[in-house]
Design a protein around this ligand. Sequence first.
Ligand code: GLN
Length: 535
Amino acid sequence: MATKFVFVTGGVVSSLGKGIFASSLGLLLKSRGLKVFMQKFDPYLNVDPGTMSPYQHGEVYVTGDGAETDLDIGHYERWLDVNLSRDSSVSSGQIYSAVIEKERRGDYLGACVQVIPHVTNEIKSRLKEASLHSGADVVIAEIGGTVGDIESLPFLEAIRQTRLELGYENTLFVHNTLVPYLRVADESKTKPTQHSVKELLGLGIQPDAIVLRSEVGLSAAAKEKISLFCNVPVNGVFEADDCKVVYELPMKLHEQGLDDYVLDHFGIKAPKPSLKGWEGWVNSIYESKKGVKIALVGKYVELHDAYLSVVSALKHASYSYRRNVEIGWVKSMDVTESNVADILKGYDGVLVPGGFGERGSEGKKLAIRYARESGTPFLGICFGLQLAVVEFAQDVMGLKGANTTEFDPNTPFPVVDFLHDQYADIAKGGTMRLGYYDCELKPGSLAYRLYGRKLIKERHRHRYELNNAYREDMEKAGLKVSGVNPQSGLCEIVELPGHPFFIASQFHPEFTSRPLRVNPLFKGFVGAAIAKRGD
Ligand code: GLN
């Protein structure tokens, strides 16, 4: 079967939940036995979000093959329980730099290089690569931004051309819009949707299905009106109401016949979906009555999207125990020697996530010290491991002035350091350790107990490492290395035996946690936090 393409666009306003819709559709099609690959086209000119500020972009999500991607890729992976790749995240920056590189190389044989066909061809080649590399039955491609934005025009033009090339039966356009509710008139208004579809039509795209986001639910009459004015069959008009639990959306869309509609369009016969696992996950959320309180100590805590995967993994873990996680967003810059105990004493666990730079690092170290000394369960991630090592070196090993060379290059004790010989392509700026690396766990350790096996692989995004020159002394003083990369000997996990739960990883366990396959470090951490509460 030729790969089928679903294109998801958005109109009227941003933040409509296109990514959640695309994930829901992906989940439904996967549950009907199809192989699904997800792709996001982002109109911004950055090559990837790796260098963007968290204020601009939220979290940078890292795939197994080491791509720094848009946070929507995380939604897709979690909802579909699949591993995606760098093919999943395409930005205008990547497209333009590829086109310019080809132009410089002379690949266009002297042609005048233009948006159509050169840029659009480059976009279409990404679609083809996604289908080729993944071998998917269906590729769902979400076009970022809102119809009418200048930046997304080349993407919309490329998907228009794709229908011309591949035909109606191999392509499907789904347009997401907002139907606002006017309280004073007690009416839901369809006009913005009509305008948005008109805008799409002006670009040569007639949507095959429309998904309406509404606050209040829509009448049959409103849907019929949209069907008539937007030239979409009435059974192709779907509602995505605000759900009490967002994970219920796939079931709601299935009840409206979304997956049947899409499969009929493509002429695919597939068994009925089996959504048992997903329904079980939703039920576990409803069944969660008691709580567990976790302090998340970070620099960007007013911006929850900066820690989206960490929050998701905490939820996966807590719901697996039928608990609601209450996250205390602790701004690390506000934590001082004199207030740390007051701030943290009400929490069942302390989590220090990944981060960069000196600002706020003192507060994080104080939080780690508090967790270490008070026996509060602690999970450190990446920068959280590095600061746990620095804190331990300063306070327990007595190495005055010990630090990471990330912001103290002249420290007398560089316990965390940038290891130059590790990076072959340093001259090209490729200095980050990204994506999957193996980790061998030490039998008998907490890490080994949690994972239940010796060899694991997890995803990375960092430059600095525990300096192995200090490892022996550190272990003698009590902080044990329980996970090591077998190829390079680099430290992957440290833990503190004798403490109720004190563990930190150089990798990011949050990127592999899924609703029904909770990452073991999160599962263990939240379990220990619940045990500490004793309720
Ligand atoms: N800043 C640290 C490094 O580059 C940690 C990075 C992170 O936490 N993702 O190694």
